[in-house]
Structures are given as C-alpha cells and as structure tokens.
Design a protein around this ligand. Structure first.
Ligand code: GLY
Ligand code: MN
Ligand code: MN
Length: 438
C-alpha cells in the first residue's frame, strides 16, 4: 500500500491560528482486540492522520503554536524484537525526520512530559470523554500542574472540544484531497464493474463481495472503506445487510453498496442491477423513478444550496414518484405532510464524504437552516426505494424490490463534479453490461 501525503504543514497552521495560546492534544485510537491475542486490522484516528499523516497506534500529537517546538509527537519506540513480529516502526527519530515533528518522545514518556507541554496554555483542546485512558493522561497532567503550589496558575483553565474546529476544516477539501478522493472513487467504481461483469444466477452474494473487494485491493486500496453491502432480491430492503450468504436467482436485483479506502479517503458507491440481462417491468419502474430523482439531485449539488434543502427537495420528488408508480395514493401534499414516503425511503439523501465515510463537519447553521455548500465540500447523493417482501399494502409486483443509487459529488464554483461515473447507471448501460456478462 502506497503512503499518500498531504500538505500537513498548512493544515496545522490553520489550526495553530485558531488555538492561539492553547494546546491541542490528539490521541491515536486504541487497537481493538478481535479474539484472544489477535486484533482487528488497525485504522488510525481520522483527526490525527489529518494533521500528521502518522498512522501507527500508541501515538499522541501535541500542537502548541506559541512555543519553540510547536509540533510534538509521542510514538512507539523502535524495538527490534517487536518489529520482527509486527513490522516497522518509525520511532521518535523517524517521527522527526519523516513527519516533521519539532520534538518527539516515546509514548512511555508521555506521563513525564505532558504536564510541561500543557503548562501556561490558556486551554487544552482535547476531546474529553472519548477514551478513558486519554482522559486519565490529560487530567493527570493537569492535576500535576495544579499540585505545584508556587506555580498552580500554569495549569490551563479550560478543556475545549477541538472537534468543531477540526471538523469544520475537514468538511472543505483542498485540491490535494480531491485528487486522492477521485482515485478512491475510481478504484471503488472498478470494484463495482468487476461485480457487475461476473454475476451469474446461482452465485452467492459473498462471491460478488470477494470480486469487489479483490478488485479494490488489486487497485491499491488499503481496505474497503466500510463493510460492503451485497444484497440480492429481498435483502436489498435491509439497509445495512452484511451477511452476504444468499444465492442469486435469475430474476433478482442485486444492490451493492461498497467503497474503497485509498490514501485514507473513502469512496462510497451504490448500484442496483439485474442478475438477468434485463430489468423486469416492475424493477425498471422503481429503478427509473429513483434514477430520475438521483440524477437531478446530483445536478443540484451546487453553491447556493445545502444538505438540508437538497434533502427536502429529494423527499418531495421521491414521494411524487411513489404516487406515480402506485406505491402511495392521495395528494402529494398530504403524503408529504404525513411523511408517508418514509415507508419506502427511510434514510437521508446523503452525507459528507472524506477520511470518514460518513465524514465530519456541521450540516446546520441553526435548527432547520442548512449550512451552505461551498467549493470543496464532497457529498454522496443516494436516494433509494425499498418495498419489503411482506408489505401487503404495496402492489404485489413491487414487493421485495430494493433500489438505491449512490454517487460521490464535489461542490465546485461551477458544475458539480461526479467522481463515480466509472460505473454504469442508466438502464441501457447496465443492461448492455449485463448482456455481455450473461
Ligand atoms: N455505505 C454507507 C452509506 O452509504 O452511507
Ligand atoms: Mn453513503
Ligand atoms: Mn454507501
């Protein structure tokens, strides 16, 4: 896996500007035990890698702008024995040389060094309550400072949550981030195409999952960005279906929601297509209803709107299509008022995308008032219609059909930029690809 680097110096200087006389402390996520003495594949903390690119566990980042050594890292020590078992470690020297730390220590020195690093700051910018070991380290350092009777005034007065500041910055992507996200999206698209080309009646969902995720890794992804959803037939109506155990039937639709992580940024694509060479009439009616709304929603990802308003527009359109196809009856206004559309479209239109698949950053200025989109914001657009197999209020032909279509879209100063157009989406393109495959 290639290490992708970014302009961490600029990111840190924006944060430094905002914390002024304060000090920011970020802790690496703890490793998670899977069973006995084996661990889940380690995924570093998103805020920490955003500011440093340092990916090893047991790391603490300290940023204190008004000092001679403003950027300090605590990291695992070099350890010949452990490196034989677990792989390379940068150690403090590597942290200085390769990650630009002004000072670096081993993690075992944290307790000794931290009080002095916090001393004199007006506030500690630290996400208290996330991890008890991290809380203990910060509170212990503050207590040590307060215990110094002559200089107890050097203990910071406040603990401030740094996430609104960091996440506000992460919400708007710089050009180098967009470029890496375009690669993550392209790799994600390749995985979807691989599945679309290899599906046959009688295959199992897990075989498609293997095809997609194999293509992700072959193309340079570090991992799937989230648990891939490969849902055939009625399983498409289970929004977070992950067991992938069902056998594909020739009359099924397959809904795949999967994305690759590349350079630590996520792709997030959903496509829905028939196992046969063509959609049935009922499948096509639902698919085209969702597709028309999705295409227009993507075109509305522009400066001048926001996630809330776009979501409201999509709900209205989806509700109107549900009336058109016969899923709902009565007037549009009444169905909207009573939120009847939620029976078949029960999630939001989309979310920010970035280092986290459901990326961080505020959506609202205040209750009901969306934060305006601006160039560099990246969102998903993913409307869906799901008619449960046992929904006796729905026309019988539609029961067991689930459709979602999801693309990754960048807000620009001009037209929206779709990163995920490498996977077929129109009925004609999908049927052409499925016809070639079957
Ligand atoms: N794959 C998660 C989502 O689409 O939000
Ligand atoms: Mn999504
Ligand atoms: Mn998705």
């Amino acid at each position: 896996m290639k290490r992708v680097t970014f302009d961490f110096v600029s990111r840190r200087s924006v944060i430094a500007e905002q914390i002024g006389d304060g000090v920011l402390v970020l802790f690496a996520s703890p490793e998670q035990r899977r069973s006995n003495d084996t661990y889940y594949s380690y995924r570093p903390d998103s805020d920490l890698i955003y500011l440093s690119g340092f990916e090893e566990p047991e790391c603490v980042l300290v940023l204190r702008p008004k000092h001679e050594t403003p950027f300090v890292l605590f990291v695992r020590p070099k350890d010949r024995e452990r490196e034989i078992w677990d792989g390379f470690r940068y150690g403090p020297e590597g942290a200085r040389e390769h990650f630009g730390a002004d000072a670096a220590f081993t993690i075992s020195e944290l307790g000794k060094e931290l009080p002095e690093l916090l001393a004199g700051a007006d506030a500690v910018h630290f996400a208290i309550g996330e991890d008890s070991a991290a809380d203990g380290a910060i509170l212990g350092a503050m207590k040590a400072l307060r215990a110094n009777r002559r200089r107890a005034d050097r203990c910071p007065r406040a603990i401030v949550d740094p996430r609104p500041m960091l996440h506000g910055l992460r919400r708007v992507k710089a050009a180098d981030e967009i470029q890496v996200m375009a690669t993550a999206a392209e790799i994600s698209a390749r995985g979807h195409v691989a599945a679309m080309r290899c599906a046959r009646p009688g295959m199992f969902e897990y075989e498609l999952k293997a095809a997609i995720e194999g293509e992700f890794l072959r193309s340079g992804a570090s991992a799937p960005a989230y648990d891939s959803i490969v849902a055939s037939g009625p399983n498409a109506c289970v929004l977070h279906y992950t067991s992938s155990a069902r056998q594909l039937l020739s009359g099924d639709l397959v809904l795949i929601d999967a994305g690759a992580e590349y350079g630590r940024y996520a792709g997030d694509i959903t496509r829905t297509w028939p196992v046969a060479a063509e959609f049935t009439g009922a499948q096509r009616a639902i698919y085209e209803a969702v597709l028309e709304v999705q295409i227009e929603a993507v075109d509305r990802v522009r400066v001048g709107t926001n996630n809330h308003d776009l979501d409201q527009w999509v709900r209205r359109e989806m509700c109107s299509r549900m009336i058109d196809v016969g899923l709902l009856s009565g007037s549009l206004e009444q169905n909207l008022e009573e939120e009847c559309y939620r029976r078949y479209f029960m999630h939001g239109t989309g979310h920010y995308l970035g280092i986290d698949v459901h990326d961080v950053g505020p959506y609202y200025v205040e209750d009901g008032v969306g934060l305006p989109y601006e160039p560099g914001v990246v969102v998903t657009i993913e409307p869906g219609m799901y008619i449960a197999a046992d929904d006796e209020t729905a026309p019988e032909a539609f029961r067991g059909i689930g459709v979602r279509i999801e693309d990754d879209v960048v807000v620009t100063a001009a037209d929206p930029r779709v990163l995920t157009d490498g996977v077929p989406k129109s009925v004609a393109e999908i049927e052409a690809m499925r016809r070639d495959a079957t």
